[in-house]
Each structure stands twice: as C-alpha cells, then as structure tokens.
Design a protein around this ligand. Structure first.
Ligand code: PLP
Length: 402
C-alpha cells in the first residue's frame, strides 16, 4: 500500500504504507521473506539496467519484499517518489557520494557531520579524484563562495551530529539549484517528522535508520529517499553493483519499529524539552544546545524549519578534565541512561564527545570554522539522546551526578 495513502495523516502512513494483509494467508502482520532467489518465468537473465518499477522479484540483491516494504514506508513518509534502503547509514552516505560523483567533480560537505561521513569525505573521496571542500553550512555566504564550475553535490546534515547546529535547507537548496548541483541532507537527527526535507528542496534525503526510524537499537540500516530517477541510479550502483543491501530481517524489524515513529517523536520531543529545561537550571552545566530552547543560537531557524525538535540534546560542563570526570561518574552511577554511542532509541543514551579528539580524528577544523564549532561545543559535549522513559526518571538519574 502506498499511493492510496497520499492524503492520510503521518501516523496512518507510518503504520500502513508498504504493507497490507497477506494475499495468501490473510495474515495481518507482514511475513518475513528471507529467500535469496525467486522462481521466475523469464527465460533470459537480467542486468541491473533492465529493472523496471513493477519488475518481479528475481534475486535478493536486486529487491526483496521486506526491503521494498520499508522503502515504500520511508518514501511515503518523506513524500518522495522512491527510496533505497541499504546496509547502514554509512552505506547510504557512500552510495550518495559514489553514485553522483566521479573523478574531477567537486563536492561541498558540511565541515561538521557524523564522524564516519567526515572521514569518508576527507580521506576516501580525494583518493578517488574527487575534490572536496568542507564548509560551515550555517554560514550561507561561505556555501555560495565554495561553489565551483564542477560542483555536482552539496552534502549537509541538520541538526548536525554531534553539536546540534542547523543548516537552512531552503537557502542551501537555492544555492545548489543555481549551481546545477544536487543537495543531499543527512536528516538522521530530525527523522522524517522533524522537517519537510523534500519541500525545502533537498534532492536526496538520507537517514541512518539505525536511529529514530528503527527506534529500538536492534538493527543497523540506512536509507536515501528522493526522485525515482536518482534513486534508481543509486540502487543500480550501490545495491546491485556494490552489494550494500539491507538484510530482509533488518528491513522487517525496522519497518515494525517505524510504525510508531510519529508517536515516538512526539514523546522524544516532550522528554527532551523537559530534560533540556532542567539542565539549564543546573549549576554544573555551562551550556545546553537544544533546538526547542530559546537559547539555541538558531532558534528562529528552528522555529521556521523544524516541525519536531527531536530528542537530541548536547550540553557542556566546562573544560575537558571536568567533562571526562563527569563522564566517569556517569559510567559508574547511571542506572537508567546507558553510557553508549548511538541515538534515537527508546532507551536513553549519553556519551562524552571531546572537542580535541574529534578535531584530530574527524573534523580537523581551523580558524573561523573551529571558532563556530567551539561556540557550540566548547571543549566537549555530552550528547544525550532522550529515549521514551518518564522524563522525571531521567532527571533523577542525571541529578545523582550533575
Ligand atoms: C549514526 C549516524 C550515521 C551512520 O549510520 P550507521 O547506521 O551507524 O552506519 C550517519 N549520520 C548520522 C547523523 C548518524 O547519527
């Protein structure tokens, strides 16, 4: 089910898009289809280039019913023509870069991004002959100034991991359009509920579905939603040729998680608002960054662009030694919140992200870019992913320490 839900609300879409009662058994819940191959009445073999929209299933690397169901769910939620699901969020980012960039092309990448993407852009792409410029995406004149005649792609992320800085998608999409470049956005922190990425002009909407979309911390996957012509290119390159496919089991469990995404996002936002407001009252806390708070440096943009503020908070406690000491206390004392990386799960997660370490390994910023990072993150932040527990329990857990 997909097209007939066009006018339904997001909660209905999240539950019903991509699935329906099993035509054979009448089962109400989707079956898991692990078969790697499908019996066919086609005499000849297929190449990736022969695949059509309604082509029958042939081989699990080309398409699978459970993966297709999740792709439909995500594209219906994002309001795009199509979606491709891949093995991980990093597989999705790699697919964007390697499908739309060739040797001699230029790409502009957010100077702060998910660390894996930052390292892929700085270390791997130049090895392939791709020119990379990293830019503070909250600085629109800097984005414009970075455009070259061979710029094919602008890749941003909003809110950006780990510091919660926003980029103005509408303005950046205009810059991309004028330059004849595509705009891709890693919308993992926002989820499909956080912003209308397609309406704001994003061509390729990327998610690590490991996070909010799956929502339960039990399956890794990635997705890119957009126009059919773009998604088909990515499917040919990254799924069929590079082999970065999502397993049917992961698609099945992530689709089940996604059914409750709209409800969960409301609860994540409510919980994060309560905890962020409480954090602002604590003496040990020197700064809180949450797009729903008036104190966010881009509060006006958040109000304009975001429909749900999500559950991601970052906060500072002072210098590096203080941060690391608090981190150690969290490891020792937290009873509910897990001290762990990742985010977007029903369980709350917290992790210390020191600025010096991130600069060395991932971001390598200098000058004004470094200053902008420090304005948000100081010497380091706690990245706190608010889960679905009662906010007062999360506050009590943190109050043992801060
Ligand atoms: C986690 C994450 C990724 C990478 O996703 P994986 O599923 O872990 O490969 C990419 N971008 C953002 C913003 C993330 O949080």
């Amino acid at each position: 089910m997909g097209k007939e839900l066009k006018n339904a609300g997001l909660a209905t879409k999240a539950i019903h898009a991509g699935e329906g009662p099993d035509p054979v058994s009448g089962a109400s819940a989707p079956a898991l289809q692990m078969s790697s191959t499908f019996v066919t009445d086609q005499v000849a073999g297929f190449s990736a280039h022969d695949l059509e929209e309604e082509a029958p299933y042939l081989y699990g690397r080309w398409a699978n019913p459970n993966v297709r169901a999740l792709e439909t769910k995500i594209s219906v939620m994002e309001g795009t023509e199509d979606c491709v699901c891949l093995a991980s969020g990093m597989a999705a980012a790699t697919a964007i870069f390697l499908t739309f960039l060739s040797a001699g092309d230029h790409v502009i990448v957010s100077d702060v991004s998910y660390a894996g993407v930052a390292e892929l852009a700085r270390d791997t792409l130049p090895r392939m002959g791709i020119e990379v410029t990293t830019v503070d995406m909250s600085d629109l004149p800097a984005v414009s100034a970075a455009i070259r005649s061979n710029t094919r792609l602008i890749h941003t992320e909003t809110p950006v991991n780990p510091i919660g800085r926003l980029s103005d998608l509408k303005a950046i999409s205009e810059i991309a359009r004028n330059a004849g470049a595509l705009l891709s956005c890693d919308a993992t922190f926002a989820s499909p509920l956080g912003q209308s990425s397609r309406e704001l002009g994003v061509d390729l909407i990327m998610h690590s579905v490991t996070k909010y979309i799956g929502g339960h911390g039990d399956a890794i996957g990635g997705a890119v939603a957009g126009r059919r012509e773009l998604i088909e290119k990515m499917r040919n390159e990254s799924a069929i040729h590079h082999g970065s496919i999502m397993s049917p089991f992961n698609a099945w469990i992530i689709a089940r998680g996604m059914a409750t995404l709209p409800l969960r996002m409301k609860a994540h936002e409510a919980g994060a608002t309560a905890v962020a407001q409480w954090l602002e009252t604590r003496e040990a806390v020197t700064k809180v960054i949450y797009p729903g708070l008036k104190s966010h440096p881009q509060y006006e943009l958040a109000q304009r662009q975001m429909k749900n503020m999500s559950g991601m908070i970052t906060f500072q406690v002072g210098d590096r030694a203080t941060g690391e000491a608090f981190a150690q206390q969290m490891i020792d004392k937290l009873k509910i919140i897990h001290y762990a990386v990742s985010l977007g799960h029903h369980r709350s997660l917290i992790f210390w992200m020191g600025t010096d370490a991130l600069m060395e390994t991932s971001f390598r910023l200098e000058g004004e870019n470094m200053q902008s990072y420090r304005d948000y993150a100081g010497e380091g932040v706690f990245r706190l992913s608010i889960g679905l527990e009662d906010p007062e329990d999360l506050i009590a857990d943190l109050a043992q320490i801060i």
